[in-house]
Design a protein around this ligand. Sequence first.
Ligand code: ADP
Ligand code: MG
Length: 602
Amino acid sequence: MPVIRQLDDSAVNRIAAGEVVERPASAVKELVENALDAGATRIEVTIADGGKSLIRVTDDGHGIPADQLALALSRHATSKIDGSDLLNIHSFGFRGEALPSLAAVGRLLITTRARGAAEAAMIRSYGGRTDPVRPAALTRGTVVDLRDLFHATPARLKFLRVDRSETLAVSDTVKRLAMAAPWCGFVLRDTTGGGEGRVLFRADPETGDLFDALRARLTCVLGRDFTDNALRIDAERDQHRLTGFAALPTWSRGTAVAQFLFVNGRPVRDKLFVGALRAAYADVLSRDRHPAAALFLDLPPTLVDVNVHPAKSEVRFRDPGTARGLIITALRHALAGAGHRASSTVADATLGAFRLEPAGSARIYQMDRPSQGALTQAYQAQAPQTPGFADLGAAFSGRVEPTDDAALDHPLGAARAQLHENYIIAQTRTGMIIVDQHAAHERLVYERLKAQMADRGVASQALLIPEIVTLSDSDAQRLLDVADDLARLGLVLEPFGPGALAVRETPAALGVVDAGALLRDIVDELADDGQTRSVQARLDAILSRMSCHGSIRSGRRMQAAEMNALLREMEATPLSGQCNHGRPTYVELRLIDIEKLFGRRT
Ligand code: ADP
Ligand code: MG
């Protein structure tokens, strides 16, 4: 018979430590959270060798009284809750597990001076043995020094990745917490190899109101590019408040790397959030692009359980529907409000493409006589082949329209020319706009179709002679299965023998369409879909596909009035800054940037 025995403290601590401290980054997380809980306004993190040989976290918080230092190192000892209400938690920590766990897996030294105390104290603990508390020198706050992580558990050490990866994970952790606490300053330093070390990240304490501080901090962590292209989010519903910034669809990413959610200030990874983001952007991003956002959801602590994960990186909502609904509605609202605004990165990229020589860098060489001669000769030989104005005209099919002074005041300006039969050049008061007419029109048609659908179904036009489209049996059947839905979208079909369909009506907004191409596209959309999405999402996706067919194709010449009408409609249409796939529909070049290109400005 196996006997049941009580494990000793050291074994219990090592087991608990395995859950709490997986890798250096998790130790850093626990220590920085402790510093934040202590009300720190400045936190410095120092690591060496990916955190394996050294992790040190210094803060200016309220410190630990000397007579409680030993207690802080025992398991389940915490100053943050009294244990009577586990559902009402306002701090990062509450389980009293981090310090004893860290002492179980590394050499821990805590030096601290409690606010108002005459002197500082220190305590050392390693491998289950804790030395008595001793006096120490420190002016304020707490320094936790953790060395030789997992040194006593070589098996775990083996699971760690190369130092570079561990350093990266530490840096991610610090940045995430820095986003959660914009009023606190952070420094992350790597002292591998000794000396002062290298500063990997620095964020000074931010000032101003919530949004000012947050914008500044996100700029520091994610880059100015993010904040320049992000929409401010501020919405509330049923005691849930959502604040933060979400990027324009044109600033999307190839992976989900820039999605941050903080629930009551705590960074969490939550499937609910990923799904809600996807749903909010479904209309403006293709499925292989990922939106970027940093959002803060605040709700009464009793409505969210943070005690469901050892590292507290997951939470459970009492009412997940409200949280999800709030995220989706708030983001959709903000995106619609952004109207025709597209990402500024697009224009920056355009300007970057000119790749300017820095002013004054041109070098002048004196040519020798033979080269001069060769040059003149070559030029004369080439001359007859250089295109004349007539040839240039063919490539450059623009007609310059007269300026309409009043139209210059519109955000997208007055149409001045159409180039390459697809690009509208418009002049504004402060610069110029280049519109991709095909992408823009596609978006407008889509929004028009959606508006009709929300109202009383998409208006259709009957074809004089039904168009017969031949497909495979299974594709035809797939379309017939959803014939009722398609009829609401203005597309009326009937079976017409094996594998064939008769198209009787098409959506009026599309104009004259190639019914065969349209049906094949819808079949693709249905096949892609795998039936996982809601009916509404599926119909939207089909509408989006349909609108490609109704768009003004590139290659169509437009008159000034028609171009201006397109610009005005873009201004009035939600989400018109990007096409249905998240590509921009226009770019703006500001005069000051153009002047920089020509060295008129530096
Ligand atoms: P928890 O954070 O869950 O309370 P910890 O083991 O992380 O558990 O810390 C135990 C206690 O030690 C905390 O409740 C707090 O009182 C004290 N403490 C830890 N780190 C700090 C710090 N940096 N500044 C002030 N007090 C601290
Ligand atoms: Mg803690």
